[in-house]
Each structure stands twice: as structure tokens, then as C-alpha cells.
Write a protein that binds this ligand. Structure first.
Ligand code: WQD
Length: 342
């Protein structure tokens, strides 16, 4: 059975390809234009799995080029659509780049899904669709508030696009997976996040500060109404996220699907503060982190973490990795990149 992965050279996409190779006999086709990844990701996947996937360098905003992939690969049975820009801060500075890329890519993928009769799609969504939540933990039925960034808005719009599209395409089914904070790297230390842009997220900032690529980490505010004043997030290991994608696609293909478009949170259900994340890193790495407390970051919300009951009940999914595993795997990957001078 053929599966199409868009963004397959990216952080979550590459980890999901590894999980698919190691847990299914599906044939993988990957599309990536390396706007936030590199072709070397496929070498790393091969090093870990021994398998080379079939891949295309195509910009999904180009419908003709995208259709060519579907033409060359008939009988694709499922799509996992990762490809999107995802830096919250960058989206504030360059909103049209985000709306153009994230929405036109999704629109073209849905057009191809209908035209080439691909029955199943998994859409990569985000907990940022909840906005500045009040009640915690958030469930899939929690009210979606105003998005805090153009990035988050592209995910809110994306979910509605998928919903409207699935409703008028009788045979098609979808699941939108709302990721909380994906962090960490493959347990082998041979794959991880190697985005081409400067990191925006906490964990790469921690590991790059510890290895000396960055001089110090600034904690964006310690005056929030949380246990130590720093923001609370639901950090989840990237391989747990990847495993959930395999289970979600298996569910669409083999399962008794209750809803043509279902929405599922992917978080551990555990809220962790920035200071707790730093302390966990220092504990597992043995490194003392150079950090200071600075001002709040525009657009940050105080706290968000998931109720993940639906993922457990619908997908029989459980997160396997704890915060220490996340920090240690991220640290191993940072050192691997240093030793191999990425
Ligand atoms: C986490 C915490 C910062 C950097 C992410 C992704 C987004 C979405 C949701 C998937 C915040 C603090 C950070 C630093 C800091 N994921 N921080 N100093 O903002 O929760 O959003 O998860 O779709 O795509 O961006 O993650 O890692 O940027 O921040 O203090 O140098 O760490 O204030 O409290 P965020 P983040």
C-alpha cells in the first residue's frame, strides 16, 4: 500500500517515515521542497532503517508539479500532510508568506486527493488553534479562541478547509492531529530537528546554548500565574507524535471510523514550566545552562496542556517518552550534529 508523506524531510515527517518503515509494510512516497529541511534527512532515515524512500523535490504550491507525483504514483491510499511553515514569531513578521504557503499547499493536496481518489488524509494541526485557553487541560471540544499568530490561524483555517472538503467528498476520511509541543530527537541520536532557520523553540535553544552555538538562553518572563512564574507547555517526544500518525492512518484504513473528519489532541497531558524543562536538561546532560530571565515574548500564553483521553481511546495510543528522555535525546542529537558538523 502506497502512502504519501508531504514534508517528509522535515522534523516530524522524517521521524514518522522511520516509524512507518519500522512498523508497517507500507510503501512511502515523500514530497519536500527543503524550505525548512534538507535532502540529507533521507540519508539519516536510511542509516536508521536501512531503507531508502522514493522522494520528490516539489513545491506543493505548484499544482501541476504536485499532480505529476500523483500521476506517477497511482493507488496512493493515504496522505500525511506535514508540509507547512511553523515558526510562530516568523509568521507574525511575514503573514502572507504563511497564508500563501500553508493554505495553498493544503488546497492543492486536497484537490489531488479528490482527483486521484485517495481515501484517507491525516492533517498536521496544532494546539495553537486553541488560542489563549482558560480551562485546562484542553480537550478536543474546548472552545477555539482567537488565534495568537498567523501560523495558528493557518491551522484553524486548515482544519475548516479539511472539514468542508471531507463533507462534500463522500468516500474520503480525515483526522486532524493537534500537536502540543513536539521536542526531542530519534532515540538513536541519528535524526532530529535540523531546520535551516535559526531555532524559534525552547528545546533547540537550550541544546544550542549548552553546546556553545548560542551564548545564553533568555527565559521569556517569570511573572506568569504559574507554579514558578514561567510558561507551562505540554512537551511531547517527536517519536510519540510519529507513532500516533501511524496509528491514526491505520485507524482510518482498517478501523471502524465514527466520524469522517475527527480531531485528536497529541500531548502527554503533563504541563511543564520552562524552568522545569531547563532543570530536566541540566540533570540528564550534566551541563550547567547559561540562562537569564528576560521579558515576556509577544503572543505567548501562560499555560496549555492536553487532555489526551481521545488519542488513548480512539487510537490506543500512549506516550512512551518522559521529559528526561526528551531532553537527553535532544542533547544526543545536538552533539551528533556538532561531531558531524551539519
Ligand atoms: C515554549 C516556551 C516560551 C524560547 C510551539 C510551536 C508551535 C506549536 C506549539 C506545533 C514558551 C519559552 C522559548 C526561548 C523561552 N507546535 N521560551 N526562551 O511557543 O509553545 O509554540 O508549540 O504546531 O508550532 O512553535 O513553543 O518552544 O517557542 O516556547 O523562554 O528562547 O518556552 O516563552 O513559554 P510555543 P516554544
Amino acid at each position: 500500500m502506497k502512502i504519501l508523506i508531504t514534508g517528509g524531510a522535515g522534523y516530524i515527517g522524517s521521524h514518522t517515515i522511520i516509524e512507518i518503515i519500522q512498523n508497517t509494510n507500507w510503501e512511502i512516497i515523500s514530497i519536500d521542497n527543503y524550505s525548512n529541511s534538507s535532502e540529507e534527512a533521507y540519508d539519516r532515515i536510511e542509516k536508521i532503517t536501512g531503507k531508502r524512500v522514493k522522494y520528490y523535490n516539489v513545491d506543493l504550491k505548484n499544482l501541476l508539479a504536485t499532480e505529476k507525483v500523483f500521476n506517477e504514483n497511482p493507488d496512493i491510499k493515504g496522505i500525511i500532510h506535514f508540509a507547512a511553515f511553523k515558526a510562530v514569531g516568523e509568521s507574525v513578521e511575514q503573514p502572507l508568506m504563511y497564508y500563501d504557503n500553508n493554505l495553498n499547499s493544503l488546497s492543492n493536496i486536497l484537490k489531488c486527493q479528490a482527483k486521484y481518489d485517495v481515501p484517507n488524509i491525516i492533517f498536521s494541526s496544532s494546539c495553537s488553534v486553541y488560542g489563549n485557553v482558560e480551562e485546562l487541560p484542553v480537550t478536543e471540544n474546548s472552545k477555539l479562541r482567537k488565534s495568537e499568530s498567523p501560523y495558528a490561524y493557518t491551522k484553524q483555517i486548515g482544519e475548516v478547509m479539511v472539514d468542508n472538503f471531507i463533507k462534500v467528498n463522500e468516500e474520503l476520511k480525515a483526522i486532524s492531529l493537534r500537536y502540543f509541543n513536539p521536542v526531542g530527537a530519534h532515540i538513536s541520536g541519528l535524526n532530529g530537528e535540523s531546520s535551516t532557520t535559526k531555532p524559534n523553540n525552547l528545546v533547540p535553544f537550550i541544546t544550542q546554548t549548552a553546546i556553545g552555538k548560542l551564548e545564553k538562553l533568555t527565559v521569556f518572563g517569570n511573572d506568569y500565574d504559574t507554579k514558578d512564574g514561567t510558561c507551562v507547555r505540554d512537551y511531547i517526544h517527536v517519536s510519540d507524535i510519529a507513532n500516533a500518525h501511524v496509528l491514526a492512518l491505520k485507524y482510518l484504513i482498517d478501523g471502524v471510523v465514527e466520524k469522517k473528519h475527527d480531531i485528536i489532541n497529541l500531548g502527554t497531558g503533563v504541563g511543564v514550566t520552562v524552568i522545569e524543562a531547563i532543570n530536566a536538561f541540566e540533570k540528564v546532560s550534566g551541563e550547567k545552562l547559561n540562562y537569564e530571565i528576560g521579558n515576556r515574548r509577544e503572543g505567548d500564553i501562560a499555560a496549555i496542556y492536553a487532555n489526551n483521553d481521545k488519542a488513548k481511546e480512539t487510537l490506543a495510543w500512549e506516550s512512551k517518552y518522559n521529559l528526561d528522555d526528551m531532553m537527553l535525546s535532544a542533547w544526543k542529537w545536538e552533539k551528533y550534529q556538532e561531531e558531524n558538523k551539519f
